[in-house]
Ligand binder design. Structure first.
Ligand code: AMP
Length: 213
C-alpha cells in the first residue's frame, strides 16, 4: 500500500503515521525527519536545510525531490510506504508521480488531515519529540508518563527548533500558500480522502483504517 499523509503542521500527521506503519508494516518516510537527522550529523545537506527549516520555510524542491525519490528506491519500499511531509508543493507531487510511473507504482491513497489554525499553534508549541526514537508527545494533550522521558524507549523528550510560536505561524502560512494547492491536484486525480484532525487520535486512526480496508 502506497500512502501519502497531507495536512498542516500540527495536524497530527506524525502520530497517525506511527500508528499506520505499525499496523501495516510499511516504512515511514518523513522528509522532515531525514533533514533533522542530517542536521544532527552535520552533513552538507543538513547545513543547507537548517537555514530554511529554522525560518519555517520550505527547503528547495530540487533538494527534497532527490532525497525522497532516493529513499523510495530502497528495497524496503517495494511493497509499500507512507510518505509524511512529502510532497509539499505541486512541483514535488508532479516529480513524485513521474518517478513512481517509471518504477511501475502509484499512490493508492492520499490522507488529508485538516485542523483549525488555533488548534494547530497550540499543538505545535506543546509538542515534545523523543530525541532517540522520534515518538511524539504533547505537554497537555498527550503527556508522557514521566515528564521529559519517552514512554516507548526512555529517551529524552525535546522541543523541535521550529516548534515556537513565530515559526509555527510562518509554517502554517507556507502550508496555506504552497501546500494547499496540492489538495486540488489530488482531488482531480480522485485518490484523496479528507479527514477531521480535531478528532480524538484513536477515533481518527479508526477512520483511517476503515478507508484503507
Ligand atoms: P516536518 O517535520 O514535516 O514538519 O518538516 C519540518 C521542516 O522540514 C519543514 O518546515 C520544511 O522546512 C522542511 N521540509 C520537510 N519536508 C519538506 C518538503 N517536502 N518540502 C520542503 N521542505 C520540507
Amino acid at each position: 500500500m502506497n500512502l501519502i499523509l497531507l495536512g498542516p503542521p500540527g495536524a497530527g500527521k506524525g502520530t497517525q503515521a506511527a500508528m499506520i506503519v505499525d499496523k501495516y508494516q510499511i516504512p515511514h518516510i518523513s522528509t522532515g525527519d531525514i533533514f533533522r537527522k542530517n542536521i544532527s550529523e552535520g552533513t552538507a545537506l543538513g547545513i543547507k536545510a537548517k537555514e530554511y527549516m529554522d525560518r519555517g520555510e520550505l527547503v528547495p524542491n530540487s533538494l527534497v525531490i532527490e532525497i525522497a525519490t532516493d529513499r523510495l528506491g530502497e528495497d524496503d519500499c517495494k511493497d509499500g510506504f507512507l510518505l509524511d511531509g512529502f510532497p509539499r508543493t505541486v512541483e514535488q507531487a508532479v516529480a513524485l508521480d513521474a518517478y513512481l510511473r517509471e518504477t511501475d507504482r502509484k499512490i493508492d491513497y492520499v490522507l488529508d488531515i485538516d485542523v483549525d489554525k488555533e488548534l494547530l499553534v497550540e499543538r505545535i508549541i506543546g509538542r515534545r519529540v523523543c530525541a532517540d526514537c522520534g515518538a511524539s508527545f504533547h505537554v497537555t494533550n498527550m503527556p508522557p508518563k514521566e515528564e521529559g522521558v519517552c514512554d516507548r524507549c526512555q529517551g529524552q523528550l525535546k522541543q523541535r527548533n521550529d516548534d515556537n510560536a513565530e515559526t509555527a505561524n510562518n509554517r502554517i502560512e507556507v502550508y496555506n500558500k504552497q501546500t494547499k494547492p496540492l489538495l486540488d491536484y489530488y482531488d482531480k486525480l480522485g485518490n484523496i480522502v479528507h479527514l477531521d484532525g480535531s478528532k480524538n487520535l484513536n477515533d481518527l486512526f479508526k477512520e483511517i483504517v476503515e478507508v484503507l480496508e
